[in-house]
Design a protein around this ligand. Structure first.
Ligand SMILES: Nc1ncnc2c1ncn2[C@@H]1O[C@H](COP(=O)(O)OP(=O)(O)OP(=O)(O)O)[C@@H](O)[C@H]1O
Length: 250
C-alpha cells in the first residue's frame, strides 16, 4: 500500500472516523514551495474546528488545499465519506464545501444583492430561498442591498462574504480570519451569526483565526500549526486556560 493511501490512525491529531471533513497526513504547498508536512485535522459534523497558528505557518494553505485551489502532494482529503483529494474545485463546491478567503473576495463594483445573485445564477441547482436565508442571518445587509460592495466597511464586507458563501447552502464552511481588521462590535455580530449557523443550519465550520478567545468560544475542536505541521489538536472541552495561548506564544 502506498503512503498516500495508507489508513491514518483515527486517534491521532484529533481526527474521528465520523468527522464530516478529514484531512489525512497532507503534504502540500505553492508551486515548488513545500508548506504543509503531514497535516491531519478533522471537522466534526455540526461542529466547529478552529485552526490557529502564527502568521505564515500554513493555515490558509490548508484551506486552499481542502477546496482544491492547491494540490495535495501526499495524503487525502475525505469529505462526507468521499475521497475528494483529486476533485476539481468546482466539484468540491458542488459537494457542499464553501470557502470565504481572507481577502473576502466580493466583486467591488457589484451591489450587495448582485454579489449574492452571481452565486445563485452560477448554481441553478440551488434552492431560490438561499439569498433570503443568508440575509436573515445578517439583517444589516438588508439595508445595504443596492450599495456596491466596494463601498462597504470591512465588517459589512465580511458579512457579505459569509452570506454569499451561504447562498450555496453548504455542508461545510471554511472561514479564513473573519475578524481580521474588523471593529469589536461587528466581531460580536459575526460571532453570533456563526453560533446561530451551527445551531439552526446544522453547518460544520473550519475557522482559521488568530483571535484566540473568539475562536475557542465557538469551537468544539482545535488544531494549532507551526512550521507547516499540526503541533497540537483535540477537543476544546476541558482545555486548560492558556494552553493554546502558550503554544502560540501570544
Ligand atoms: N502564492 C504563494 N506562493 C509561494 N509561497 C506562498 C504563497 N502564498 C503563501 N506562501 C507561503 O506559504 C507559507 C504559508 O502561508 P499561509 O498564507 O498559508 O500562512 P498562514 O498561516 O495562513 O499565515 P497568515 O496568518 O499570515 O495568513 C508562507 O511562508 C508564505 O510565504
Amino acid at each position: 500500500m502506498s503512503a498516500a493511501t495508507a489508513p491514518v490512525d483515527a486517534t491521532a491529531d484529533g481526527l474521528r472516523s465520523d468527522d464530516l471533513l478529514r484531512v489525512e497526513a497532507v503534504d502540500g504547498g505553492h508551486g515548488s514551495t513545500a508548506v504543509l508536512f503531514g497535516v491531519s485535522l478533522g471537522v466534526p459534523r455540526n461542529g466547529l474546528c478552529c485552526l490557529m497558528g502564527r502568521n505564515g505557518v500554513g493555515k490558509s494553505t490548508v484551506l486552499q488545499t481542502i477546496v482544491g485551489l492547491l494540490k495535495a502532494r501526499r495524503g487525502r482529503v475525505i469529505f462526507d465519506g468521499q475521497d475528494i483529494t483529486k476533485l476539481r474545485p468546482y466539484d468540491r463546491a458542488r459537494a457542499g464545501i464553501a470557502f470565504v478567503p481572507q481577502g473576502r473576495d466580493c466583486f467591488p463594483q457589484l451591489t450587495v444583492m448582485e454579489n449574492m445573485r452571481v452565486v445563485q445564477e452560477a448554481r441553478r441547482d440551488l434552492p431560490r430561498s438561499g439569498i433570503d436565508d443568508a440575509l436573515d442571518l445578517f439583517p444589516r445587509l438588508k439595508d445595504l442591498l443596492d450599495r456596491p460592495a466596494g463601498f462597504l466597511s470591512g465588517g459589512q464586507m465580511q458579512q457579505l462574504a459569509i452570506a454569499r458563501a451561504l447562498v450555496t447552502q453548504p455542508k461545510l464552511l471554511l472561514l479564513d480570519e473573519p475578524t481580521e481588521g474588523i471593529q469589536p462590535s461587528i466581531i460580536l455580530e459575526i460571532e453570533d451569526a456563526i453560533a446561530q449557523l451551527k445551531r439552526t443550519a446544522g453547518l460544520s465550520i473550519l475557522l482559521v483565526e488568530q483571535y484566540v478567545d473568539f475562536a475557542l468560544r465557538l469551537a468544539e475542536r482545535y488544531a494549532v500549526m507551526d512550521g507547516g505541521r499540526v503541533v497540537d489538536a483535540g477537543d476544546t472541552a476541558g482545555l486548560e486556560d492558556g494552553h493554546v495561548r502558550r503554544l502560540l506564544a501570544v
